[in-house]
Design a protein around this ligand. Structure first.
Ligand SMILES: *Cc1c(COP(=O)(O)O)cnc(C)c1O
Length: 244
């Protein structure tokens, strides 16, 4: 996709988001766009930055690491990166180095590992707790007990370098709008519950909505949509240069 096409896509999606905010009585600007640049080259990210986009999401740490090293050399201190993909413990160190937020925290041992590396770097890092709300997705906290245990530990100061600022989910990949909507509304309801039980935690963000379902997500209260394909085009998963 050319730089001009990418800029046009950003204009279109920004307009769509603004219209969806308006249509559902949301305040203008209440939904943040996280541009998902996984599998797309640094040039695509630079085109997005030229159109005024500075928040990006990546799900593969190694790919993000080298891509954003290049971007930060060209445009120091401009891009902000969120890790959005399921994480293995051995990827946490690099994630903490390069990201301002890890959106895909779905178990206690990740919190421990994030704290360990953030403490070493003397860095405060934001996290979102990822919740399993749809049948088809595999990631996310499943049971409420485990989630409450993590929230309790966050609340009691066990992880001083971690700020829990949101919840994240992926809706099922389904043409059934009701299923998708239910997944989003259940995340919103969970956030209300968490906010009333742990008012001391700064959990404000609801990260939900992707290319195929972001309008529904905004209607259901999303504060951050994670959009890739609609901005950068289809991902080419089997380019030889990917090494997989
Ligand atoms: C890839 C990905 C997205 C973006 O998906 P699109 O359908 O391309 O918009 C959003 N969230 C997560 C967690 C992803 O892995």
């Amino acid at each position: 996709m050319t730089a001009d096409q990418i800029k046009d896509n950003f204009d279109k999606i920004r307009l769509d988001i603004a219209n969806a905010e308006k249509a559902s009585g949301r305040e203008s600007g209440s939904v943040t766009l996280c541009a998902v640049s996984k599998f797309h080259p640094a040039e695509s990210v630079l085109a997005a930055m030229d159109s005024g986009q500075f928040l990006f999401g990546e799900n593969r740490v190694q790919e993000a690491y080298s891509k954003f090293a290049e971007i930060n050399t060209l445009r120091p201190g401009k891009a902000q990166l969120h890790i959005i993909g399921s994480l293995q413990l051995n990827k946490v160190k690099k994630s903490v180095e390069i990201a301002s937020c890890i959106q895909s925290v779905d178990r206690e041992d990740l919190l421990k590992e994030i704290e360990k590396h953030a403490a070493k770097l003397n860095k405060m890092i934001d996290i979102f707790l990822e919740i399993h709300t749809g049948e088809e997705s595999k990631s996310g906290y499943e049971g409420e007990n485990e989630l409450m245990f993590s929230l309790q530990n966050l609340s009691s100061g066990l992880y001083p370098h971690i700020r829990a600022t949101g919840l994240m989910t992926m809706a099922p990949f389904s043409a059934d709008e009701k299923l998708v909507r239910k997944s989003f509304s259940s995340l919103r309801e969970l956030k209300e519950k968490v906010n009333s039980r742990f008012p001391e935690l700064p959990i404000k963000e609801l990260s939900m909505g992707m290319s195929g379902d972001y309008k529904i997500a905004i209607e259901e209260g999303s504060t951050m949509v994670r959009i890739g394909t609609a901005l950068f085009g289809e991902r080419e998963y089997n380019k030889p240069s990917d090494g997989n």
